[in-house]
Design a protein. Sequence first.
Lengths: 263, 412
Amino acid sequence: MTRIDRKFAELDAAGRKAFVAYVMAGDPDYDRSLQIVRGLPGAGVDIIELGLPFTDPMADGPTIQLAGQRALKAGQTLQRTLDLAAEFRKRDDTTPIVLMGYYNPIYNRGVDRFLADARDAGIDGLIVVDLPPEEDDELCIPAQAAGLNFIRLATPTTDDRRLPRVLQNTSGFVYYVSITGITGAGEANAAAVAPEVARIKARTDLPVIVGFGINTPDKSRAIAAIADGAVVGSAIVSRIGAGASTAEVLEFVRGLAEGAHSA
Amino acid sequence: MADDLINSFMNGPDEMGRFGIFGGRFVSETLMPLILRLEDEYQRAKTDPAFWDEMNHLWTHYVGRPSPLYFAERLTQHLGGAKIYLKRDELNHTGAHKINNVLGQIILARRMGKTRIIAETGAGQHGVATATVCAKFGLKCVVYMGAHDVRRQAPNVFRMRLLGAEVIAVTSGRGTLKDAMNDALRDWVTNVHDTFYCIGTVAGPHPYPAMVRDFQSIIGREAKEQMQEAEGRLPDTIIAAIGGGSNAMGLFHPFLDDESVRIIGVEAGGRGVNEKMEHCASLTGGRPGVLHGNRTYLLQDDDGQILEGHSISAGLDYPGIGPEHSWLHEVGRAEYVSITDTEALEAFQLCCATEGIIPALEPSHALGHVMKIAGDLPADHLICMNMCGRGDKDIFTVAKHLGFDMSDTEGR
């Protein structure tokens, strides 16, 4: 059982929906980023998605692209991202951290070495955007063997024929992408997403969390109401990019978390 | 048992889309179903005579194939060694090899019922070819081009707009081909339902590297036949320039199992293959990684972040290379070398002066290597070089480097 599994069991027992927040590691710099990440659980965040900066984030919109560029410019690397997670873990041993990014920095380090280092740093799960089920042997299977959850994205284009394959080696939770598109674009529509979430839940016992296109407390509530939780990324990251203080960022996060938790 | 092994370099990729460890399908889930459908559709088309009838008809009557295999007599005399033949793919409609592949993909897109075509472009040749074929078939066309390339390849931007395409200047990253490809992928993921992504080179997720190679292989098949007619035998050395590597793969593939043929790919050496990474020579200066849907050699730093290369040629300015080239490099079937900006500029001028052919800066790199080796080879050594594009688009860049002021001659 990973911290993710324990978190969902706890939420389930309390009858609460999960609120997941995404921030880019090292944005705008290492120290500020650590400060923000450390504040997230207190602002109501149940699971932290920690972005791993990459020069070519092909599934991300301008907001996350710029965050990655800020982080890289400030000297963020895969190692410093693991360091940041480990630093967070020193004071918080319960809030799950999911590392989200692209495969090349991981492949470059070497999968086995990366998995050992990630586990040591207190990472609980991985979301790697450019590793579909067809490439499961690369990282997904070794990650599960190493005791890390491998969280898969399901999308509006994942039809019923394909869904079992997507769910097969997924663990922790399923991340449903509410729109066909990139992060920070479009609007999640709870009415349209609900039947999709139901379709996935009919085929798995894993929690289904919905992300993309959620940027207000109201939307956070509306989406959480029809799923097991909601993820917000770009809306938070854009405030960090606009120079908001840590307190202001966390205040905004608190509103989103309250939205999800009131569902 | 060893006797039973069929030793061929032409069987790749495998069902996972791999050439050895290279290639694959490293894309987001949103795109995956579409890529699988494309693969099915391509498999069907490949064995459908009607598909090839349409291709052949258009290759002949719209593109102007076969392109000539031309004996470059004065260039041969000048270099004083090997006999140099140029495969004249710069004479194709739109001035480069790119249209060979675009026709295939657009016909496929039409078979799949897609109405909107997107493409990335570096030098603009693939963008122009895509805009051209879209105009011919009445399809909506959107071309992503790095902002830096939009400036250095202005004539092609204007051509695309004349042809009815929307050209989007990409400002993310450094504004070159890599960034254009990122934004094209972002568009695709957003508009999967009606959009076909027409990739311009032998890279990207499977089946693109194999499919683009198959469409470009017309170059090598013709060259083989034409060399047979001209000389009664195979060439001894075949040479082509490589950015992503589609013109090279097109020339190389039909010759892969002809052991006697030496195969040389020429990467962009920029200001020199040095530690400052002022080049685009992925095979000579990079290492394996995963980008844009495939595993291949990439220019990257210690952290696995992709580096921006440098080349005078916008078409070669890409930090990766098609996965099949990475494999051919590792198994040693093809050699990969690099030529600097300066050497390419010399070759450019030599070709103009000796043959009356203004080459694009991309094949000027291949020619730069021909200049290096031809003189030391015997007179009966046959070189076949792919002249994959014409240089009209590059005259402003070349003028700038040669210190020629064109501003006075601009129409005002």
